[in-house]
Write a protein that binds this ligand. Sequence first.
Ligand SMILES: Cc1cc2nc3c(=O)[nH]c(=O)nc-3n(C[C@H](O)[C@H](O)[C@H](O)COP(=O)(O)OP(=O)(O)OC[C@H]3O[C@@H](n4cnc5c(N)ncnc54)[C@H](O)[C@@H]3O)c2cc1C
Length: 386
Amino acid sequence: MDFSLTEEQKLLKEMVREFAEKEIAPYVDKWEEEHHFPREIFRKLGKLGLLGMTANPEYSGTKSDYLSFILVLEELSRVSASVALTVSVHSSLFIKALQEYGQEELKKKYLTAAARGEILGAFSLSEPGAGSDASNLQTKAYQKGDYYIINGIKSWVTTGSEAEAFILFAVTSAEKEKKKISAFLVDKKMPGIQILKLEKKMGFHSSPTAQIAFEDCPVPATNLIGEEGRGLAIALRLLDGSRIGIAAQAVGLAQQALELGIRYAKEREAFGQKIANFEAIQFMLADAATLIEASRLLTYQAALLVDYNLPYTKEASMAKLFASETANKVTYLALQIHGGYGYCREYPIERLFREARVTTIYEGTSEIQRIVIARQLLKEAEGQIC
Ligand SMILES: Cc1cc2nc3c(=O)[nH]c(=O)nc-3n(C[C@H](O)[C@H](O)[C@H](O)COP(=O)(O)OP(=O)(O)OC[C@H]3O[C@@H](n4cnc5c(N)ncnc54)[C@H](O)[C@@H]3O)c2cc1C
């Protein structure tokens, strides 16, 4: 597999790095401290065409190759994992759902606006009692004339309080043995929607996570995404692709931690010399850099499989598993290099350490990734055993 980047990909990476350094880096700690959602940044990203990378040109998108999209997420995350998370959910879950499964009228109305960054989209699968086991979701949608009426509580909705629309999953038939889940586009302006609370999280304070109640919320039947009853399959398919984005996010975050660790090691002195001279510190840097490079290669490999139109479920889970566990290890090492200062808010490594923690949880925990990988391995081995 050829991992060398094209000239366009290199230029894109440089452009995003420059944008992130100039427009995001100076403010990222302030936004986190103030729990500020930087809407203005998403407007700018929209103008640069970076929110429409997964949408087709007829809907104002650029329909870029997946590796280019992944490079953008990695570069954004190298400066702000919160900003990268919003872009990831908006592009690889909301836009992709509409692009691949939405009806034409719906695409014209929402996809174009989303690709331009005029609206932001969220993805609402999880519920208080249904996370890893998404099939256990309880939100219901019953048909009444030209509408589906939605009732239930959704949790953990990234950008939920800010987004203009959601891709929401609800049970359309609860018959025993034949439970059917369907996907809908729900506009925030529809009646019966109430933000119940914003989660008080350990990190990612610039990325609001909402619990939302839907009470007799009427959604036009034309807002159905894909066929009725195909919702769970659609959700799992979308998550396969977006996991590569979370892997890229973890790579970018870990890269930033390594760079901070190197910088600090070259500045800090102990026992009359720079701590970078100590072999113990050098070994930490070497381990971190090696883990990051391996994560990056797994992530690019999964993205290239998407671009080559080849199966990528196993590789996407491997990338997400390895890169998110790496982000945790690398932020741990980089914080260790900072000594006591690393434990204080004054240094950004403290934030990165908290941010890395959730990457092994959302969009499928590490345990779920291992289940996906093992299932694929066993499937591949079918017929190979005598
Ligand atoms: C900051 C944040 C943002 C999020 N954003 C979104 C979003 O935008 N949209 C959305 O729909 N969801 C979102 N989520 C939800 C997220 O996807 C879930 O938290 C995740 O899937 C895990 O589900 P859970 O929290 O219910 O944990 P549980 O499923 O209850 O798992 C608890 C523990 O049990 C383990 N476990 C569960 N089942 C198995 C099994 N079969 N074998 C072995 N171990 C198992 C898990 O790995 C975990 O360690 C977000 C979560 C967070 C924290």
